[in-house]
Design a protein around this ligand. Structure first.
Ligand SMILES: Cc1cc2nc3c(=O)[nH]c(=O)nc-3n(C[C@H](O)[C@H](O)[C@H](O)COP(=O)(O)OP(=O)(O)OC[C@H]3O[C@@H](n4cnc5c(N)ncnc54)[C@H](O)[C@@H]3O)c2cc1C
Length: 457
């Protein structure tokens, strides 16, 4: 069996590593750090004897506004301890104690200081190097024959075929002007999947990280700093918001404060910066009160999958940030995303080799069928539109304007239009999606929106 994994972050490399018999080809560019390299806080898992996967499950549902797919959240939290132990058995070393992050009822974030992602990526690269063939290229499209994905086309035009394709191309937060993600994270793989017939979902849920420097490029200051005594204050040192509330609440409080003309800071006075080399560097530059604002951070939506990572297109699986397992609900609990890649990557390898699951037919509250527009792509222009009209707080007329502007852009502009259309459709507020004109959750919208794209020639 030959398996093609597209993407070289935690989702791709970890999944590749979990195959026992299949020969694995990884397709990812030479410089392919993705978001994984930047991940700081760590990985959430209920490993401590005082903790339990059920408590982690409850925290995950609470942060997700109870919009989570229950089965996926259950799998995520209950497989957590096992996959972390598996990493440790392979030789990965975490710091001895977990720390606390917003939304968690106990300290359960396993880390390597604030360099968890970097260490993990280097570890995984080393582990896969003798086990996979690595083609240093970008995939440009998926190959489909008789309704089945049979391979990928890469940027030199070559076609690579195999028995299964696993998409691990990361999220789309870099479509926004202010983002914590590397610029390549524009959701290219997600759009590729959509153009091969896969349904996307939860696109309207973009998580904005509240504590990001106002520099260009912006620097994320990890949530763990707030778990270790960091405060969010105004010019006079007064608290603006409880720093340990979920990210959407903290982001909105800061956004409103900034909108009113105020300034917001992360106050590091009470934090022991020994454990946080990056924050120490930032503090040397700005002092212990660092000016901050929210930035687009984590794509909750993506290619819809079941709990085995299967999409609704035969032959195609998705893992990591490009996938939408539904486990995060309307808002991702801090440090559940590296975990999601580990848990579902492990399960995908089993499913592909053993054929455990079946090709799913998802049920949605509504499906938006969008026509793919050919045309020019201007990512900078997309960034400005999303930043201005589809930001931390949204409203009807702004979303309409965004859609109108995005209709003029082709390529990845289609994905951005899908996001704006989804945010326009969801006339309520929950988790990361906040509508000023519909500020409360509504029963009528308690369900998922599927987004499909069609090319008309
Ligand atoms: C600053 C920052 C801090 C974070 N901190 C944490 C944290 O503490 N804990 C936590 O759980 N999560 C954290 N996250 C989120 C987490 O890092 C990501 O969700 C996770 O790393 C995503 O992994 P991935 O493998 O899905 O995608 P990525 O790591 O983004 O990797 C995507 C890969 O796909 C490749 N690729 C993209 N398009 C193509 C293509 N067309 N063809 C071939 N290859 C392609 C890229 O080159 C890259 O190798 C953080 C994110 C950021 C940005």
């Amino acid at each position: 069996m030959k398996v093609i994994v597209v993407g070289g972050g935690i989702g791709g490399l970890w999944t590749a590593l979990n195959f026992r018999r299949a020969s694995v080809v990884v397709v990812a560019p030479e410089k392919s750090d993705g978001s994984t390299f930047r991940a700081q806080g760590g990985i959430a898992a209920a490993l401590d004897p005082h903790d339990s996967p059920l408590l982690h499950y409850e925290d995950t549902l609470r942060a997700g506004g109870y919009f989570n797919d229950r089965k996926a959240a259950m799998v995520l939290t209950h497989y957590g301890p096992m996959v972390l132990n598996r990493l440790v058995q392979m030789g990965f070393r975490f710091s001895p104690k977990p720390h606390l992050e917003g939304g968690h009822s106990l300290p359960r974030i396993w880390n390597v200081g604030d360099e968890t992602g970097k260490r993990l990526l280097l570890f995984l690269r080393d582990k896969v190097k003798d086990r996979v063939e690595w083609i240093k290229s970008r995939a440009t499209s998926l190959l489909k024959e008789r309704n089945r994905i049979v391979g990928v086309k890469i940027d030199n035009g070559k076609e690579i075929t195999g028995d299964a394709v696993i998409l691990a191309t990361g999220g789309y937060a870099a479509l926004w002007k202010r983002t914590t993600n590397p610029s390549e994270n524009t959701g290219e793989g997600i759009l590729m999947a959509a153009l091969s017939g896969a349904t996307l979902s939860d696109l309207e849920f973009m998580q904005f990280h509240p504590t990001v420097t106002l520099t260009d490029p912006p620097i994320l200051l990890t949530e763990a700093l707030r778990g270790s005594g960091g405060r969010i204050v105004n010019e006079d040192g007064e608290d603006i918001v409880n720093p340990l509330l979920p990210r959407d609440v903290v982001s909105r409080a800061i956004h409103r404060y900034l909108r009113e003309g105020g300034r917001a800071f992360l106050d590091l006075e009470r934090v022991n910066l020994e454990r946080f080399p990056l924050a120490r560097e930032v503090a040397q530059r700005f002092g212990l009160r660092v000016p901050i604002g929210p930035a687009a951070h984590y794509s909750i939506g993506g290619v819809r999958t079941d709990v085995w990572g299967r999409t609704d297109v035969v032959g195609l699986w998705a893992v990591g940030e490009c996938a939408d397992t539904g486990s995060h609900g309307a808002n991702r609990l801090a440090s559940n995303s590296l975990l999601e890649a580990l848990v579902f990557g492990y399960r995908i390898a089993i499913d592909v080799e053993e054929d455990v699951s079946q090709w799913p037919e998802f049920s949605f509250l509504k499906i938006l069928n969008l026509i793919y527009q050919e045309g020019n792509v201007d990512v900078k222009r997309i960034g400005e539109i999303l930043h201005r009209w589809v930001g931390v707080e949204r409203e009807r007329d702004h979303l309409k304007e965004a859609i109108k502007q995005l209709e003029k852009l082709g390529g990845i502009g289609n994905l951005a239009r899908g996001i704006a259309e989804a945010a326009f459709w969801r006339k309520d507020s929950r988790g990361a999606h906040f509508r000023k004109d519909h500020p409360s959750p509504s029963r009528e919208f308690f369900g998922r929106l599927g987004v499909r794209f069609r090319i008309i020639r």
